[in-house]
Ligand binder design. Structure first.
Ligand SMILES: [Fe+2]
Ligand SMILES: [Fe+2]
Length: 249
């Protein structure tokens, strides 16, 4: 979480975001990925609305879910427009998805009955991160007016999600709110570490396989070529036992 915030907000790293968002095809693919994440998030919050016994929270969760579904639709529409404008088959180049993760919603947490307070703590932190990220992406797409407007609209909703989740946490768990936020922070940190570890393991595996290819394979290729050179050229007479017509060959 800390690293992704730095990536999103650090003045030195903003040029990186501008580069990521600068390619319209890459931009389109990122927006389409955001659409999937937002739709997922909407489904999780709808489930939270179904499970909560608190009528006020249910109403807020339902509004939140509607917002996320709307965001998904907006991202999908804009992503498709950009792709159509560039023509089918246009190359997006390298796509470092981990540098523009968008909104994660509740993808790291299980929505279960009786878990409103931990859910709100997690939601609040997740929406706060999404707000920072979308503000960075809005700056990065300054030259694309339609995408910038889209981020502006989404940002207003994310800001609302961030504030209502904090107020509701204070309302339903006034004495445990600090502890719940701390626990949610640690959980998010742990999940971020796990995501990093998986990505890092993938890089190490790719490096090791490439090294194996260049270090272990050449001796075998050399031996095979040497063996092929020793083989006599052209046709050879078959061994006498192979001429037995009662045998299969
Ligand atoms: Fe959203
Ligand atoms: Fe949100």
């Amino acid at each position: 979480m800390v690293a992704s915030r730095l990536i999103g907000r650090g003045p030195l790293l903003n040029p990186l975001q501008r580069w990521i968002w600068g390619n319209p095809v890459r931009r389109a693919h990122i927006l389409l990925r955001f659409a999937e994440v937002e739709a997922d998030s909407g489904r999780d919050v709808t489930r939270a609305a179904e499970l909560t016994p608190d009528p006020k929270l249910r109403r807020l969760f339902l509004r939140h879910a509607r917002d996320e579904h709307r965001h998904a639709e907006m991202f999908r529409r804009r992503g498709s427009e950009l792709l159509r404008a560039q023509g089918n088959g246009a190359d997006s180049g390298w796509r470092p998805d981990w540098l523009a993760p968008g909104e994660r919603g509740l993808d790291d947490v299980r929505v279960e009955p009786g878990s409103d307070a931990p859910l709100l703590a997690f939601l609040h932190l997740s929406e706060a991160t999404a707000t920072h990220r979308f503000a960075t992406y809005r700056r990065a797409v300054a030259n694309d007016e339609e995408t910038r407007t889209l981020f502006e609209l989404v940002l207003k909703d994310e800001e609302f999600h961030r504030t209502y989740s904090r107020h509701e946490l204070a309302r339903i768990a006034p004495r445990h709110q600090t502890w719940l936020l701390g626990k949610a922070r640690l959980t998010r940190l742990w999940h971020a570490y796990m995501r990093f570890a998986v990505a890092f393991a993938g890089i190490i595996a790719a490096v090791l396989l490439t090294l194996q290819y260049f270090i272990l394979l050449p001796p075998f290729a050399w031996a095979a070529r040497r063996g092929a050179r020793r083989e006599p050229k052209g046709w050879r007479a078959a061994a006498p036992q192979a001429r037995d017509l009662r045998a299969q060959y």
